[in-house]
Design a protein around this ligand. Structure first.
Ligand code: RRO
Length: 315
């Protein structure tokens, strides 16, 4: 039987499989990260980290139903030093992406500079799209403020050493994706990850006549299969506007090998698994690797380059 190649390359970073976890999905503690290192994912991404540890929002702060999830975690993490120390202690056998968040450009810059010293980090995924920072209310999601993004990129590309990617929020208008691409195309960005959860959703428990999560009056970021059409549209639009050197990692509602195929057809070079990883556990990577390989075999494709970005408009 012909060998199916599901390896990928994210702007020079070689992955043995095009599947990895999404930041936030069981990647915060030592055990969670160790499990990811031992899994069949092609890379690992950490929970977004800040300068200092954070406990995050009050419980319940995550809920899932058949077709989606809602969260208002509030960026719980052990702080950058914990993640750097973890990497120092571990044998690293696959690319590691450190996700970085922060409440200010200065905080993010500080973490980037610290990460420059760690040889085990393959790239930084800078989170410009956290929907749940209650203390950030008047600033909102950074990725929606084009002037701030532009100013931020000017600053960090003066001193970066590692490849840098950006985790973006979902956009709902062409002009926003076009304008954001014009900004991103000016900088040596390695990749973008589309999309973070869709902000400001609400899910209701009819019996209790209440919200299902407690922080922020029950509002939170929506993930899972319900967001897949919006995430695919963002990947496809960015693929048409971005320089071809900027890779795209697709994220949002992936549950099967077929879902992965759809993302790559839209132009993604790799995919991330969030809600489904939380639901199914670490074995999701084995299943998806298999489903994806079988689908490629059935379609007589031997690698992702055979169909990447080749979505057709129906005639
Ligand atoms: O921790 C969170 O509340 C969170 C973050 Br930082 C993010 O980027 N996306 C999300 O859905 N939740």
């Amino acid at each position: 039987m012909e060998n199916i190649d599901i390896t990928t390359n994210i702007n020079g970073i070689q992955l043995s499989s095009c599947i990895m976890n999404a930041s936030g999905a069981i990647c915060r503690t030592d055990i969670e990260l160790s499990n990811l290192l031992n899994s069949s994912s092609g890379a690992i991404v950490t929970k977004s980290c800040t300068k200092h540890p954070r406990k995050g929002n009050s419980y319940p702060r995550y809920f899932e139903w058949n077709i989606g999830s809602i969260n208002s975690m509030g960026l719980p993490n052990y702080g950058i030093d914990f993640y750097l120390d973890f990497l120092e202690r571990k044998k690293i056998t696959k690319p590691v992406l450190i996700s970085i968040a922060g409440r200010s450009i200065d905080e993010i810059s500080f973490i980037i500079q610290k990460s420059n010293f760690c040889s085990k980090i393959s790239a930084l995924e800078i989170n410009l799209s956290c929907p749940n920072l209650i203390e950030n209310k008047n600033q909102g999601i950074v990725g929606y403020d084009f002037c701030v993004v532009s100013h931020f990129l000017e600053k960090i590309f003066r001193f970066h050493e590692k490849p840098i990617g950006l985790k973006l929020p979902p956009y709902f208008r062409d002009i926003h994706i076009e304008n954001m691409s014009l900004i991103l195309n000016k900088f040596p960005i390695s990749f973008i990850t589309c999309i973070n959860s869709i902000p400001n959703g609400i899910f209701i428990d009819v019996n209790k006549e209440s919200t299902v999560i407690r922080p922020n009056k029950g509002f939170g970021g929506i993930g899972g299969s319900i967001i897949k059409p919006f995430a695919l549209a963002n990947v496809f639009k960015f693929y048409s506007f971005l320089r071809k050197e900027i890779s795209i990692i697709g994220c949002g509602g992936i549950q099967s090998g077929k879902d992965m195929f759809e993302y790559i057809l839209c132009g993604a070079s790799a995919v991330q698994i969030g809600t489904q990883l939380i639901k199914e556990g670490i074995s999701v990577f084995d299943r998806l690797n298999q489903e994806f390989s079988s689908l490629l075999r059935k379609k007589k494709y031997s690698s992702i380059d055979d169909f990447k970005g080749k979505l057709q408009n129906i005639l």
